[in-house]
Design a protein around this ligand. Structure first.
Ligand SMILES: Nc1nc2c(ncn2[C@@H]2O[C@H](COP(=O)(O)OP(=O)(O)OP(=O)(O)O)[C@@H](O)[C@H]2O)c(=O)[nH]1
Ligand SMILES: C[S@@+](CC[C@H](N)C(=O)[O-])C[C@H]1O[C@@H](n2cnc3c(N)ncnc32)[C@H](O)[C@@H]1O
Ligand code: SF4
Ligand code: SF4
Length: 322
């Protein structure tokens, strides 16, 4: 079992397979970065898998593949198959913007993927295009449909932004409710890579908007998801990811591995260590020791706040995988 310095059990590894992306979401990557990490500096799938095995052997139960946009990296289905066949009962999932999902869904399912979280910030062509800075909506909706058809379990992620998509939160909920997909609204997390004008909604503001159309009750927090669930009277459950809440980090069970082999104890903090050398030297003991050291240094909580004393993260979400 993996335990951090605050006694939190860590059993969830998020693996970013690329920092590159085909969208330029205002809250994440509004401009193309000045330079990408060169391809040769990335860990191969085999090397990433070597580390994932170390993690699983030490107690990781849930692996999420993310990015950048993970579907941009060639051969992803082979990587998924490696993980799926290493441990049958692993909770293996993928987070994607959905743009390339239409052609990838069947391959992903066949490789052993069970569930997928797709970002959907708007149901209006022009708003989706404004957020992603690309005409994306039709392809994303097609991708979601294809994933559904092949039997992948779907969740939808939506980042509510002031003056941009905050008038659509109920429409998005209705769309997801009709399709049977849980939607999770994510509070915008301030970071120095986002567009200067980006401003998110707090969980309370999101709830106020939904309250105008639906009654709902806060649910008990259970399981490994970062989402706080709310249940409508008809039983539909939506979630809000509330990183500005004081107690959000108390149940943190997550660590992150970037595509270039940096193991990050917290989405918010700078401190991190590379496992690249150890993995490439096939020094499993050293890789396991670095994992434990990173966990021992996992911070108690982030310093995002809705007050003036909020600290902005310099970590790019497209690098850490969100
Ligand atoms: N601050 C913070 N935000 C997180 C953390 N984990 C997830 N999030 C946010 O929630 C978003 C959605 O996460 P997903 O990639 O869908 O994964 P998930 O919510 O763990 O997925 P489920 O396993 O389906 O619940 C992330 O991209 C982040 O923006 C975390 O540890 N800290
Ligand atoms: C970094 S993306 C990577 C996976 C994929 N490209 C996607 O967009 O789903 C993972 C998640 O992070 C969320 N995200 C990115 N930047 C964020 C921010 N500043 N605040 C909150 N969520 C953010 C996205 O909405 C997405 O759901
Ligand atoms: S949120 Fe995802 S889709 Fe949007 S720019 Fe970031 S990595 Fe790309
Ligand atoms: S901000 Fe850091 S400590 Fe808090 S939940 Fe996210 S990863 Fe965990």
């Amino acid at each position: 079992m993996l335990v951090d310095g605050f006694g939190r059990k860590v059993d969830y590894l998020r693996v970013s397979v690329t920092e590159r992306c085909n969208f330029r979401c205002q809250y994440c990557m509004p401009e193309k970065p000045f330079s990408w990490v060169p391809k040769e500096e990335l860990l191969s799938y085999e090397d990433l898998f070597e580390f994932i095995k170390v993690g699983i052997d030490e107690g990781i139960k849930k692996v999420r593949i993310t990015g950048g946009e993970p579907l941009l990296r060639e051969g992803l289905e082979n990587f998924i198959q490696m993980i799926a066949s290493y441990k049958e009962d692993i909770d293996l999932a993928l987070t994607t913007n959905g743009f390339l999902l239409d052609q990838a869904a069947q391959k992903l399912k066949d490789a052993g993927l069970k569930r997928i979280n797709v970002s959907l910030d708007s149901l209006k062509d022009e708003v989706a295009a404004k957020i992603a800075q690309k005409n994306v909506l039709k392809k994303v909706l097609k991708g979601i449909e294809a994933a559904d058809k092949v039997g992948l379990k779907i969740k939808i992620n939506c980042v509510p932004m002031k003056g941009i998509n905050d008038d659509e939160l109920v429409d998005i909920l209705n769309f997801c409710k009709e399709k049977g997909y849980p939607v999770r609204y994510i509070e915008y997390m301030e970071n120095s890579h986002a567009k200067d004008t980006a401003k998110g909604l707090t969980s309370e503001e999101i709830q106020e908007i939904i309250k105008k159309s639906y009654n709902f009750k806060k649910q008990e927090r259970t399981g490994p998801s970062p989402s706080q669930d709310y249940k409508l009277d008809d039983g539909y459950v939506f979630g809000i990811i509330e990183p500005h809440k004081d107690d959000f980090c108390a149940t943190c069970n997550r660590i992150r591995l970037t595509a270039s082999g940096v193991l990050i104890p917290c989405l918010y903090f700078e401190d991190a260590q590379s496992i690249k050398e150890a993995i490439q030297a096939k020094d499993i003991k050293k890789a396991a020791a670095i994992l434990k050291d990173v966990l021992a240094n996992k911070p108690e909580k982030n310093k995002w706040s809705t007050e003036d004393n909020s600290e902005t993260s310099t970590r790019a979400f497209y690098e850490t995988g969100g």
